[in-house]
Design a protein around this ligand. Structure first.
Ligand code: DGL
Length: 225
């Protein structure tokens, strides 16, 4: 290993999200890459991103990346479905370091594990409006039936601490939001926002037997690869 490769390996990986959701990805990255230093930025002053315009999300994401660059990192994980869906291409054009998003790894996994070819996607309103997950699924597996649902209350619930497995408040909201997924008979559900794994137990109770795809887990494997 030459000096500059060794130096690069020693630099941290930057991870960001609008708030605490990206910590679900950080936890997985720490598990699969225990030797790496990680720097996390959660933009809790401006969360949520997922109800904002594309222009605003791009502006915020650009600022998040600039902050992480000031910390001398070697690559970035956009641990945010909303940023990955709306701003990733722009960020990759503007910045020269590698930037990973959460959409492709989650889609690959969902397409690989579904048995009945019916995949659900839940995410923030801006991610759902972008159809980023559905478009990627269509590219990889055109015959898949995709049902997309925006869950705008999930992020504020999580950010305000309403994610306990026995909390009836998020469970009631989940029952309402997830009904179209249940009716579509999806056997696989992409948790398309990194806040949603914090509601995993509740979602699993509302949709028993449905395989839940955690974007944080999938992006961690992709980063490792
Ligand atoms: N964790 C972000 C995502 O994955 C949350 C978006 C938000 O702030 O609304 O989409």
């Amino acid at each position: 290993m030459n000096d500059s490769t060794a130096e690069k390996r020693a630099l941290p990986i930057g991870i960001f999200d609008s708030g605490l959701g990206g910590l679900t990805a950080l936890k997985e990255i720490r598990r699969v890459l225990p030797g790496e230093d990680l720097i996390y930025f959660g933009d809790t002053g401006r969360v949520p991103y997922g109800t904002r315009s594309r222009q605003t999300i791009i502006r915020y994401a650009r600022q998040d990346v600039r902050f992480l660059l000031s910390q001398n990192i070697k690559c970035i994980v956009a641990a945010c479905g909303t940023v990955s869906a709306t701003a990733l291409e722009v960020l990759r054009e503007e910045f020269s370091l590698p930037i990973l998003g959460v959409i492709d790894p989650a889609v690959k996994k969902a397409v690989a594990v579904t048995k009945n070819g019916r995949v659900g996607v839940i995410a923030t309103p801006s991610t759902i409006h972008s159809h980023a997950y559905a478009d990627r699924i269509a590219l990889l597996a055109p015959a898949m039936q995709v049902t997309e649902c925006a869950c705008p209350l999930f992020v504020p619930l999580v950010e305000n601490g309403f994610f306990g497995a026995d909390d009836p408040v998020p469970e009631l909201v989940a029952q309402r939001y997830l009904e179209p997924i249940r009716q579509a008979g999806a056997d696989t559900l992409i948790l398309g926002c990194t806040h949603y794994p914090l509601l995993k137990e509740i979602i699993a109770r509302v949709l028993p037997g449905v395989q839940l795809i955690d974007t944080g887990v999938e992006v961690a494997h992709s980063l490792q690869a």
